[in-house]
Design a protein around this ligand. Structure first.
Ligand code: DGP
Length: 114
């Protein structure tokens, strides 16, 4: 897949407000936050979209979700709750083609989304 801005963030070629990191996952604040807390969790090894994920990616995808949950718990959001979102391609609203989980917290979310 082609390089995206998120791979540049992983390589520290452009700055980001990194709030979570382990060997395979990076979490950093979204540039355009949609909630008081809006963090993006990405695998350091890029996958373009959820649709591009294959069975061999299952463990990595699981780690992505568990990283978001661990961060939310560490920040104390688990009691009130939070939202996790993966946008996929055009109709999903995806703009950066390096898979990412949005973690939104700190306010009441509504359903259905727009
Ligand atoms: P999506 O629409 O699901 O592809 O979300 C992409 C998000 O990435 C969007 O909410 C804005 C954020 N974003 C785009 N470029 C940058 C950047 O350079 N730095 C950071 N921190 N966030 C970015």
């Amino acid at each position: 897949m082609t390089d995206t801005i998120f791979s540049k963030i992983v390589r520290r070629e452009i700055p980001a407000d990194v709030v979570y990191e382990d060997t395979e996952v990076l979490g950093f604040r979204d540039l355009n936050p949609q909630a008081p807390v809006h963090v993006l969790f990405i695998p350091k090894r890029p996958i373009a979209t959820l649709d591009d994920a294959i069975p061999d990616d299952a463990e990595l995808l699981g780690k992505l979700l568990l990283a978001a949950a661990a961060y939310a718990r560490a920040e104390g959001f688990e009691k009130d709750g939070y939202r996790t979102v993966i946008n996929t391609r055009d109709h999903g609203g995806q703009t950066v083609f390096h898979i990412h989980v949005h973690l939104l917290a700190g306010r009441q979310m509504h359903w259905p989304p727009g």
